[in-house]
Design a protein around this ligand. Structure first.
Ligand code: XMP
Length: 513
């Protein structure tokens, strides 16, 4: 049961789901809707507060997203962020102009402590700015509550009308008091009580899945990873035996992984799922033969996945829905929002255009990885599965730089198994967010015994991260690296060199392709 809701109106900014997530972290339910939502629908939604997101446009351009001024008359507290702040100023007859100096990055602001928004926050605090326009004149009735060196109106408010605006991004972790600002808006301005918990979310999704699917048949793409496992368990709770989970072994899995997944989810496993394992290795290898472009590899693997599912669906007959464990970072990094394409995640951007299912259901689409894990625990999925490292859908296909061949797959599987084993032995497993071995496309000269070798270099990757959108490289102690490197070179034929990747994300990404 949801009592308190925050409505997030999306003006096209890149951090919109992050805002929703921050609100959830404060135990308040929120939904992101397009800025075109009608006033009637907004009233029906009955929000305790509204947040206008940022966006890439200038409010004074004709085509820019806008909203009816009547929204300010509803008496519902509104927080405008960045573009949302400028829009509020513009619509209420303030002034927005191109800033003399664009601010980007960490910026010091001075705040007015009597503002509810800045309650319990130092008068001088660091925020994350990212703007080329700025509010140059606040609307009548508004007070300026914060400023920076180059931004005279970094925050403003009309307390009587419950309208608040910040030029910076409180939702981004670089804004040191960002969470407090959001908390202040929710609790001191919207008077929320924090009645939302992950348990509610889980029940709501299950209920809405039941309603949507009715008597329909559902296929779930199960990889054994956290995301698809959580999606599968959600679906099995919603529609039980109407669900069939299909595990495609594309031959690009970690060593022994196919058998392990079958052990957990198959007929002898812990879950009452219809489980089908498809051994499709040959099919994938054939399609990947000769392909070196990373995006092509991703698209081929994604498309082949879908084809396999379609075939199974046809065999089962009358399958209406396909379920995927897509999570929010997959969606934005595949460029389905407005941000640039970084990689086509195989379960999103790699989808071919013609998909023969009535619909694809992605119940985790708005969640971040750590939220999916919390949801998994809530659903009773055991710890070791929930905290399993993420493994990308295209698997070793994107951890082998250049052409994928069976012999390269064997090399990277064996090296990775040694790496995993030694990291666990050293007790570092839970301290590292994700770690794996990849095969560079580089061969170089070495000497083993008295023989010259010309063999591949394995690269080791290990990162810490909270949301996989940014990551820092993990400092594995040298003596552990030494053990791993020696073992890999000695035990894996075809490798004579081990490299360690010490790049964070950005500028690198976690995977190599
Ligand atoms: P990148 O390499 O983009 O990875 O920094 C971020 C996280 O996403 C995982 N990843 C994927 N997961 N399908 C997935 O399900 C994919 O195509 C894919 N590509 C990357 C990656 O392992 C890391 O955890």
């Amino acid at each position: 049961m949801i009592n308190e809701r925050i409505l997030i109106l999306d003006f096209g900014g890149q951090y919109n789901q992050l805002i929703a997530r921050r609100v959830r972290e404060c135990n308040v339910y929120s939904e992101v809707h397009p800025y075109t939502m009608s006033l009637d629908d907004i009233k029906k939604f009955n929000p305790k507060g509204i947040i206008f997101t940022g966006g890439p446009n200038s409010v004074y351009d004709h085509e820019s997203p806008t909203i009816s001024k009547d929204i300010f008359e509803l008496g519902i507290p509104i927080l405008g962020i960045c573009y949302g702040a400028q829009l509020m100023a513009y619509l209420l007859d303030g002034k927005v102009e191109k800033a003399k100096v664009s601010e980007y990055g960490k910026t010091k602001i001075e705040t007015n402590s009597s503002s509810f928004l800045f309650d319990q926050i130092d008068s001088s605090t660091i925020v994350w700015m990212s703007h080329t326009d700025c509010i140059s004149k606040a609307p009548n009735g508004f007070t300026v509550t914060a400023y920076s060196k180059d931004c005279p109106i970094a925050a403003m408010e009309n307390h009587r009308l419950k309208l608040f605006a910040v030029q910076f991004h409180p939702e981004v972790l670089h804004t040191e008091d960002g969470m407090k600002i959001i908390y202040n808006f929710l609790y001191h301005i919207c008077h929320c009580h924090g009645d939302w918990k992950m348990k509610d979310f889980s029940n709501e999704i299950i209920e809405s899945l039941k309603k949507k699917i009715g008597n329909g048949k559902v296929l779930c793409a199960l990889s054994g990873g956290v995301d698809s496992s959580v999606a599968a368990v959600l679906l099995s709770k919603a529609v039980g035996k109407q669900l069939t989970c299909v595990f495609v072994d594309h031959g690009l899995l970690r060593k022994n992984e196919g058998d392990e997944v079958e052990k957990i989810f198959g007929s002898h496993g812990n879950y009452a799922l219809n489980f089908i394992r498809i051994n499709a290795q040959e099919r994938f290898y054939k399609k990947l033969s000769g392909i070196i472009d990373p995006e092509k590899k991703r698209k081929i693997i994604g498309e082949e996945f879908i084809r396999v599912f379609e075939e199974i669906a046809n065999e089962i007959g009358e399958v209406d829905y396909l379920v995927q464990g897509t999570i929010y970072p997959d969606v934005i990094e595949s460029g389905l929002g407005k941000s640039a394409v970084i990689k086509s995640h195989h379960n999103v951007g790699g989808l071919p255009l013609v998909v023969h299912f009535k619909e694809i259901i992605e119940p985790l689409r708005s969640l971040f990885k750590d939220e999916v894990r919390k949801l998994g625990l809530e659903l009773g999925i055991p710890n070791h599965l929930v905290y399993r490292q993420p493994f990308p859908g295209p698997g070793l296909g994107i951890r082998i730089i250049g052409e994928v061949t069976e012999s390269k797959i064997k090399i990277v599987q064996d090296a990775d198994a040694i790496y995993q084993e030694e990291i666990k032995k050293a007790g570092l497993d839970q301290k590292i967010g994700q770690y794996f071995a990849a095969l560079t496309n580089m061969q170089s000269v070495g000497v083993m015994g008295d023989e010259r070798t010309y063999a591949y270099a394995i690269v080791l990757r290990a990162v810490t991260t909270s949301d996989f959108m940014t990551a820092d490289w993990f400092r594995i102690p040298y003596d552990i690296l030494d053990i791993i490197s020696r073992r890999i070179v000695n035990e894996v034929p075809g490798v004579n060199r081990v490299l360690y990747d010490c790049t964070s994300k950005p500028p690198a990404t976690i995977e190599f392709e």
